[in-house]
Design a protein around this ligand. Structure first.
Ligand code: ADP
Ligand code: MG
Length: 441
């Protein structure tokens, strides 16, 4: 056990929250409360420590720290920044001969020596640091009560030899008490140089498809993502089992709960659209003839085109799935629960339609109908490639669930727009009537 010594703990408390959080999280909502209290610490290297710091509500924050001790016993700490070497030291701890320490538990999938750190500037929730251009270390800002889905998911994917995600290197988790679920503190994976996410590349391709009268380009977006998601589910096929009657009933209940919530929080024109169609949506939720026994498996749980990174290399273009945090609106324990393959497929198909709606919004010079058709074609090609790609695992997909899950996803977009991003509301407003008029899944 590496219980923090008292001087060190006092130095953390004296430092105050702003110097402990990454720069982009020093203001805004969801700030920690009360004084920082250091509850545990893992030595990473000389003068570098990964601390677990609790706030007044007992939320825990993983903080990489630079520790300076002066000759007279004084201790000063501050958050390590890219260049200070904390991410490099974390990667070094992934070497196979290192042992776990106390409440800290390290998963090791891959290791090589890498040096040099730089921060990333793209939009991020946590703080990611690129190490030696080879690895990317993500320091979670908050370590919520676990278990976090990523470590077990990545272990399953490594065991299956799945190549469609940046190669996992390692993870550090921590338990607040013996027997409690581990909390994820940091995650290291392969860095993909120049990779961009689908809200950039797929939006650009759908725009080009509509502008150039090139439906093949939209179909290609769907085909590549469909192959990727199929190979992901095939890799997880070993986790499949039949759903229980309670689970099946639970999906229906949750769908209605999401619609109720969407109706409750949505205002203005978006609410008119939703209210006018609510009865049809409910009918779609209720008319699914799915019984216990339909297959469920470990899934992504928050799958959309933004979770697909694309990278161009001399050897061609590659696509990688990222972000195994699971569904952010579910409690931790439920995020690991097996779900129908149709849930991921519906999320991705629907997001391709939404990407086209983004294009239509920002390019009024383009023919709106052509843009919409590009999105629908991408979604249909995605589903075709997904079905074909499942191959011998085709029975993992229960087709009857696609439509209700897509409708439920649109409900969630209404909720997201109303509670987080009002300017997003044009997307579900347009997507709902499109989906209801389609007679295909
Ligand atoms: P956060 O939880 O902080 O939002 P993400 O995992 O979503 O972190 O990553 C944030 C961004 O970092 C992504 O949108 C992507 O641009 C980039 N990124 C993520 N993983 C990689 C990777 N393996 N290689 C290169 N860039 C990545
Ligand atoms: Mg993200």
């Amino acid at each position: 056990m590496t219980a923090p010594d008292q001087l060190f703990a006092a130095a953390v408390a004296a430092t105050g929250w702003p110097a402990l959080l990454p720069a982009h999280r020093r203001d805004g909502s969801e700030q920690p409360t009360g004084r920082p209290s250091c509850v545990d610490a893992l030595a990473l290297d000389d003068g570098l420590v990964l601390a677990v710091v609790a706030d007044g509500r007992e939320r825990t924050y993983p903080v990489p720290l630079v520790v300076r001790r002066d000759g007279t016993g004084g201790v000063e700490v501050r958050r390590a920044e890219p260049g200070d070497g904390a991410a490099e030291a974390l990667v070094a701890r992934l070497a196979a001969d290192r042992r776990d320490e106390g409440a800290f538990q390290v998963s090791r999938w891959h290791h090589r020596e890498v040096t040099g750190e730089r921060g990333i500037t793209v939009d991020q929730t946590n703080e990611s640091v690129v190490v030696g251009e080879r690895a990317i270390v993500k320091w979670l800002v908050v370590a919520d009560e676990g278990p976090h889905p990523a470590p077990t998911m990545l272990t399953a994917l490594v065991q299956a030899g799945f190549g469609g995600t940046p190669r996992p290197w390692g993870a550090v988790e921590w338990r607040s008490a013996r027997g409690s679920a581990p909390r994820l503190l940091a995650l290291a994976v392969e860095h993909l140089p120049g990779a961009v996410d689908g809200w950039t590349w797929a939006v650009a391709d759908l725009r080009a498809a509509a502008a150039g009268g090139d439906p093949g380009r939209a179909a290609e977006v769907g085909r590549r993502t469909g192959e990727l998601v199929a190979s992901f589910h095939a890799a997880l096929a070993g986790t499949a089992r039949p759903a229980t009657a309670a689970e099946v009933a639970g999906w229906r209940t949750r769908a209605h709960v999401d619609l109720d919530r969407a109706l409750e929080v949505t205002n203005g024109a978006a609410r008119d659209v939703l209210a006018a169609m609510a009865a049809s949506v409910r009918r779609a939720f209720d008319s699914v003839p799915v019984d216990a026994g339909t297959p469920v498996l470990r899934v992504h749980g928050d799958l959309h085109v933004g979770q697909v990174l694309r990278m161009d290399t001399d050897r061609g273009t590659s696509y990688s799935l990222t972000d195994f945090d699971g569904n952010p609106v579910l409690p931790a324990a439920e995020r690991l629960r097996e779900q129908p393959a149709a849930l991921d497929a519906a999320g991705m198909a629907q997001s391709l339609v939404h990407a086209a709606l983004v294009v239509r919004r920002h390019h009024s010079d383009l023919d709106g109908g052509a843009v919409e058709r590009a999105g629908e074609l991408a979604a249909a090609s995605f589903l075709d490639a997904f079905r074909v790609g499942l191959g011998e695992h085709a029975d993992l997909l229960d087709e009857r669930l696609l439509r209700p899950f897509r409708l439920q996803q649109v409900c969630r977009e209404f909720i997201y727009a109303a509670t987080h991003l009002p300017r997003w509301s044009y997307v579900p407003e347009a997507a709902l009537p499109m989906l209801l008029r389609e007679d295909r899944p």
